[in-house]
Design a binder for this molecule. Structure first.
Ligand SMILES: [Zn+2]
Length: 271
């Protein structure tokens, strides 16, 4: 029975993996993520359902377009497989198995999937364009609010903690929509703060403190290496240009998911 559960989780993982690549590509281009048809980038032929099954279509079509036989980049296939494997790892660390499969376990996993979707898309768009997409950020705020309501239902005592985050969300969103827009200022730093609060709601204060420290360290190392390159004359970029190539959202996402898995693993094996 456990095997069936894990096969289902793997299938859910590869479908989400396929959705992530599509969302990161389409959202910044203002394309509809649900209704627009997918097409082959080479021959522009519309793709049917049989061409769009994650992982399996790629294998059965031999990694080529059904219509023009052009090779499909294996990148999508690899992301789908990795996403499937990652979902299995998290389900395993969450101790999901046939014996303890109840509503609470399913909801916990579902909330993780919603959160992971947010973090992957926000990081994917940030790494490509170095900006936080407002719609994705709003999605993150909305799932955080739903998750906080859920946590208050199962443990009413925690409500005081979440009221603080609710107030922070409101303050940051007000500054974002009223002040920064009026002055046409860059909202990137503020969007990072909103992302950090969403991370706290889903993964705890402890994990996010580690996340922020690891992110700052990684960025510091990156900046030092880049400055050495400039000092040696291997790069002609200015300091401002270098600062703007750092996608903080991507660093935060990677370190946050890493610490989240370490904590889950710690709880599974050592406690
Ligand atoms: Zn084609």
């Amino acid at each position: 029975m456990d095997l069936i559960i894990y096969i289902v989780i793997f299938l859910i993982g590869i479908f989400f993996g396929s959705f992530y690549t599509l969302a990161v590509y389409r959202i910044p281009n203002r394309e509809d993520i649900i209704h627009t048809h997918s097409y082959c980038p080479n021959c522009k032929h519309k793709l049917g359902i049989l061409d769009l099954i994650p992982v399996f279509s790629y294998i059965f079509l031999g990694g080529k377009c059904r219509y023009c036989k052009e090779k499909i980049r294996p990148r999508y296939f690899i992301i789908e497989i990795l996403s499937g494997i990652f979902f299995i790892v998290v389900a395993y660390l969450m101790k999901i198995n046939y014996q303890n499969l109840n509503l609470e376990v399913i909801l916990n996993f579902a909330f993780f999937v919603l959160y992971f979707t947010f973090i992957v898309i926000i990081a994917g768009i940030d790494s490509e364009y170095r900006k936080m997409d407002k719609k994705v950020l709003m999605y993150g705020v909305i799932i955080s609010l739903i998750y906080m309501v859920y946590l208050c239902i199962i443990d009413f005592e925690s409500i005081y903690r979440y009221v603080i985050y609710l107030i922070l969300f409101i303050i940051l969103l007000l500054i974002d929509t009223i002040y920064l827009k009026k002055k046409a200022l860059d909202s990137y730093p503020l969007d990072i703060l909103i992302t950090i609060i969403i991370m706290i709601v889903f993964t705890s204060e402890f994990i996010v403190i580690n996340t922020v420290i690891a992110t700052l360290l990684s960025i510091a190392i990156y900046l030092i290496l880049r400055k050495v390159q400039i000092a040696r004359g291997k790069s002609k970029k200015t300091e401002k240009e270098i600062n703007q190539e750092i996608s903080i959202g991507l660093y935060l996402a990677i370190t946050n998911i890493m610490f989240y898995c370490i904590t889950l693993g710690y709880c599974k094996f050592l406690v």
